[in-house]
Design a binder for this molecule. Sequence first.
Ligand code: NAD
Ligand code: DAU
Length: 353
Amino acid sequence: MSSKSIIITGGAGFIGSHLVRLFVNKYPDTRIINLDALTYAGNLENLKDIEKTPNYIFEKADILDTSALEKIFSIYNPDGVIHLAAESHVDRSILSPLDFVYTNVVGTVNLLNAAKKCWNGDYNGKKFHHVSTDEVFGALGETGFFTEVTNYDPHSPYSASKAASDHFVRAYHDTYGLPVVITNCSNNYGPNHFPEKLIPLFINNIINKKPLPVYGDGFYTRDWLYVKDHASAIDLVYHKGKAGDTYAVGGFNEWRNIDLVKLLCKLMDKKLGNAEGTSESLITYVKDRPGHDRRYAIDASKINKELGWKPTVTFEEGLAKTTEWYLENKEWLENVTSGDYQQYYEKQYEKSH
Ligand code: NAD
Ligand code: DAU
């Protein structure tokens, strides 16, 4: 094996686990170090199939722990960092904003410092890829798209913390010359998605015949991308993206929440052998999310034109694969929804009816 190594942070989470699997299998000569604190959202079960692969290494560490970071960077002397570790759920950011400031802002700066110290000005062949979100751009009206040059206008503590982290990443490029790239992606969906987010939460509630809590009027719009397509975009940008550049990534796939929920209900009824309308009858309109962004949509033409990326999985295929995965992995769902999950659920939804 060559001495090349890449640290992927947050590799035990939803998107991180798909990215780690892609890199471990596609780059057998590169050591892939999954650096993750294993919060409620991190789960090594997500990586069971590759955990014994020779080029895969797991390091349990918190990005708030600067001495742990320094040690890991000095052991592996990485050529690159792909940074996904974050607090990622908007509703949790409304309940505890400071957790998001610590992990998403301070944690990102700690990681930038660790990379800067380790590389010590020799940036040849090095890359720091920061994985960010389209939520930093705020909300769109009925028309238009976010692009790489859209002004930042975050509304939730989550998006404000991700916006701050993006600014720090750019500042380290402009001030210290750190070779950074940033991707701002739209809503992902797919297997291993933690059931606090819309699609997996509703799949889990349909399975358990629980109400489906639609926020506000349900006419909020998101642009959905299958998680493996996001992983392939990160792969391309990490390897071919220009230092200092930003790439917007999206699915060209806008859905109003209520339309998506109804489609999901139909699909689940078919798979569960339910009478038509069974799952739709669980839809319950609840109090809106404060600061709720009306519409997100990405114009992903830059990454398409410059790097040749485009989504490969249609929404129909992706949703079919996703629902099948959850139905075949009920034990995974049961494991992640025991314990603390119940307390979060009660706090978030009891008061919203
Ligand atoms: P996730 O919540 O599923 O996973 C986050 C991972 O980070 C977990 O494994 C967790 O253990 C780890 N982590 C959290 N705090 C940590 C800390 N202090 N130190 C080390 N590890 C820590 O998140 P996700 O949905 O996979 O998102 C991954 C990244 O992609 C995030 O940065 C998020 O902002 C971004 N993103 C997500 C989406 C989406 O739709 N999910 C879209 C665009 C961008
Ligand atoms: O756009 C990218 C972002 O997408 C990522 O940066 C975030 O990490 C990720 O969580 C996601 O954020 P959203 O807030 O868009 O995702 P969520 O699944 O929480 O909500 C999707 C939409 O569904 C949103 O309009 C709120 C609504 N919703 C969500 C939940 C959890 C409901 O109506 N009911 C719910 O119970």
